[in-house]
Design a protein around this ligand. Structure first.
Ligand code: SF4
Length: 762
């Protein structure tokens, strides 16, 4: 097998030298801000002729594989008698615990840079230096080694040799993959109407290195229409990786099915699914510490073998396949899936692995992003999900508790927790309001929280376990997240604080996620945002950070008008009219099912409203069977709910559910499993502080704030709920829209074309 592998020094040495256990991460994740500050501080002490951030590259060959390795060393220091390669590492660990032998991977990185520089400049020896700097005390500790070029060369070749089996396996696989893609036919006999158009648009978008906003109706087969052309683009060398990003587990399953289908037609591709940590964890509690979890203990000693084994023998790396190999190799199934994501051709995962700055793949480099497409499924969900990802909050009560817990145990943690608690007390005294909204970030709080992180890291690194450490760890993670988000804070944010008895809650609330979505999606070759309900398209383009040059496509429904009958019942569902109109709504539902027996889903904007109308509905004697959605249903209960909808049901069935809930999106009840959908209301979110802040923000930006905060997100839920009905060419059914606002032009303009021939029930 011959070929070329491009890799950064860091990835190479991290692969070869990784060892030890997973721990909760605090030891290595010293805050980015502090780490960078410490780095810069050292670099500022360099002399005039010294250089920082020096790019180095080398070509090496092992057997018949060519390696192009590159990276940036922190410093090159020139003195009369030596040239020193300086590698700076910041840490919150007590420096006395760090010896020359503590981190072989740091030496490896520095030696690689030294080799590259010496080779390029024909030097016989180099001085390799590791500089450790404490993030809090700024204390420094240095280690130096003088290494001959011959020693460096043999070291570097040994590292490459240890990486070679993995590299060759990847090269072999890539060749096989590309050959299989060339032969791959479209996995269905024919394209559905619109499907070819969407697939063509996706392919062209990737070829042209653009992004696409695609409004494509339910039932068109969006998953295969986006994954198949992406696979083809990979075969043509445009791509090396694709991410299929979803908001919900259920859509992840549809993506897995599409890849399995293509595999049956000959595709050979490593496709990994990432399942949430809590779901896939093997242990009773998700406590990722080597003392508690055997899958964390020694994880990095075993992970390379596990990766080689699974990639040599499997292609579809679903949850169950990963679990099987994880058990065999005794590695954590979650971390295993994340590590596999770096090696796989396709990754099926939640949005947050790409867009959330707190969990996104950190080891995905710019070069790799340039050969990656993001397929963003059900992209309408990304607006609110992104708001969540880019927002963060802290609570006063946590610091009061920490202050109490650490009194007499750790003065630093106690003092900083006390200072944060005092900060919130002072804030509460300043205002008689229950809520305050500010347009700026409080730097004083951020400074205190940064101090807290350092104090917490030191306490946690000492690792004496115990109850109080568990609270500290939770607080540590939430503060890290807050500080991280604080670093993104700009005019698109507000800070709002709520006071409730002795509790103070402060949230950094991202109002317009478009800018950060653009940042997080930067450098990827293409992004394909697709959904049946990107309505109005301009709103979603605006919120998802579209650029002027992005492509758009809107595909009409492939189904016939006769498959669907739509009725509008003009009744007020406004809050103050609900009591009065609920008998009318119950009567409308009875009328619907009497005329057309079958299986129905009725959606309501809230559980309370659902229960009120349900009671009214049940007052009339009826043969009809009902099933009602409840808050917090278990997986079993959800399955039971859906299983009730059978084509063979003899009696009429009415399922009462909530809009925007688990049954209003992503479920697929084909044929006679669902004969009708009724939607009560226009789906507006409940009036509340957050929605009103969003409204004011967009009003101030010259847009229609009410539409942005209420109407568009609300109507999206209506369209999604109605979209459950017609899933294939053979489905027929009835949609009943209950609200007088459906007769207003604004709301009608948001309805799909195929609903527009509706009949008004007077
Ligand atoms: S198996 Fe569970 S507890 Fe163990 S490392 Fe993985 S997620 Fe953490």
């Amino acid at each position: 097998m011959s070929g070329t592998v491009r890799i950064s020094v860091r990835s190479l040495v991290e692969y070869v030298f990784r060892s030890g256990s997973i721990d909760t991460g605090f030891r290595t994740s010293t805050t980015l801000i502090e780490g960078t500050k410490a780095h810069q501080k050292i670099q500022k002490t360099y002399k005039e002729l010294d250089q920082k951030e020096v790019y180095v590259q080398a070509e090496l060959s092992y057997e018949d594989v060519e390696f192009i390795v590159d990276g940036r060393c922190d410093g090159l220091l020139f003195s009369d008698d030596m040239i020193i390669v300086d590698e700076i590492k910041s840490t919150s660990k007590d420096l006395s615990q760090i010896t020359e032998e503590t981190h072989p991977v740091h030496w490896a990185q520095a030696k690689f840079y030294a080799y590259m520089y010496a080779k390029e400049h024909g030097l016989n020896e180099m001085t390799v230096q590791l500089t450790y700097v404490h993030v809090d005390t700024e204390e420094q500790k240095r280690f130096r080694q003088i290494v001959s070029f011959t020693e460096l060369e043999s070291f570097v070749f040994d590292v490459v040799k240890r990486y070679a089996p993995y590299a060759s396996m990847q090269l072999r696989h890539r060749e096989k993959r590309n050959a299989s893609i060339k032969e791959l036919p479209f996995p269905f006999q024919t394209y559905r109407e619109g499907q070819r158009k969407l697939a063509g648009a996706v392919y062209k978008t990737i070829a042209d290195e653009k992004s696409l906003f695609a409004k494509a109706p339910t039932g068109i087969g969006k998953t295969i229409s986006t994954t198949f052309p992406s696979a083809k683009a990979m075969g043509e060398g445009f791509l090396d990786r694709m991410f299929y990003l979803t908001a919900k587990t259920i859509t992840r399953t549809a993506a897995e099915e599409a890849f399995s289908l293509m595999e049956k037609k000959g595709l050979c591709m490593h496709t990994v699914t990432i399942t949430a940590k809590d779901k896939v964890c093997f242990k009773e509690e998700t406590r990722c510490q080597k003392e508690y979890c055997e899958f964390a203990n020694g994880y990095y000693d075993r992970i390379n073998d596990a990766i080689l084994d699974i990639l040599e023998n499997e292609t579809i790396l679903s949850r169950s396949v990963i679990e099987k190999y994880a058990l065999e190799h005794k590695v954590c199934p979650f971390e295993f899936s994340v590590d596999l994501a770096y090696a796989a051709d396709t990754v099926i995962c939640d949005y947050n692995y790409i867009f959330d700055p707190r969990v996104s793949f950190k080891r995905l480099f710019e070069e790799q992003k340039k050969q990656t497409v993001l397929l963003v499924d059900e992209a309408h969900n990304l607006v609110d999900r992104a708001r969540e990802m880019f927002s963060a909050e802290v609570h006063k009560s946590v610091y009061l508790q920490l202050k109490r817990n650490f009194k007499g145990i750790n003065a630093k943690v106690h003092d900083v927790a006390h200072a944060i608690n005092q900060y919130f007390i002072a804030l509460r005294k300043q205002s008689d309001e229950k809520q305050i909204v500010r347009k700026e970030l409080d730097e004083e709080l951020v400074r205190l929280l940064e101090e807290f992180i350092i104090a917490a890291e030191m306490e946690l690194a000492a690792g004496n376990g115990g109850e109080e450490q568990s609270l500290l760890l939770d607080a540590y993670f939430s503060v890290q997240s807050f500080v991280r988000i604080a670093s993104l804070y700009d005019e698109r944010y507000v800070t709002y604080t709520e006071f409730e008895k002795s509790e103070v809650r402060m949230k950094l609330f991202c109002l317009d996620p478009s800018h950060l979505l653009r940042q997080m999606g930067k450098n990827y070759r293409s992004k394909i945002y697709f959904s049946a309900t990107l309505t109005p398209l301009s709103y979603y383009q605006d919120m998802l950070g579209a650029q002027e040059e992005d492509f758009i496509i809107s595909i009409p429904s492939p189904f016939h008008q006769e498959q669907l009958q739509v009725f509008v019942q003009p009744v007020s569902t406004k809050y103050h009219d609900r009591e009065r109109t609920k008998p009318n709504i119950a009567a409308a539902l009875h009328q619907l099912i009497e005329h057309r027996p079958g299986n129905y889903l009725v959606f309501f904007p809230s559980y309370q409203y659902l229960r009120d109308v349900y009671e009214s509905f049940m007052e009339r004697e009826t043969e009809v069977k009902t099933i009602v959605q409840d808050t917090g249903m278990s997986e079993e209960e959800r399955e039971h709910f859906l299983a009730a909808f059978q084509a063979e049901n003899e009696e009429t069935l009415v399922g009462f559910a909530v809009l925007g809930g688990i049954f209003s999106e992503g479920i697929d009840l084909k044929g006679d499993r669902l004969n009708g959908v009724a939607v009560v209301g226009v789906g507006l979110p409940q009036l509340g502080l957050e929605r009103n802040i969003i409204k004011d923000y967009f009003n101030a930006a010259g847009k229609n704030g009410y539409d942005y905060a209420y109407v568009f997100p609300g109507m999206n839920k209506v369209l999604q709920a109605g979209g459950r009905l017609i899933r294939s060419e053979n489905d027929t059914g009835t949609i009943l829209l209950i609200d007088d606002r459906f007769l207003q032009r604004k709301y009608q303009s948001l309805l799909p074309d195929e609903w527009m021939g509706f009949t008004v029930i007077r």
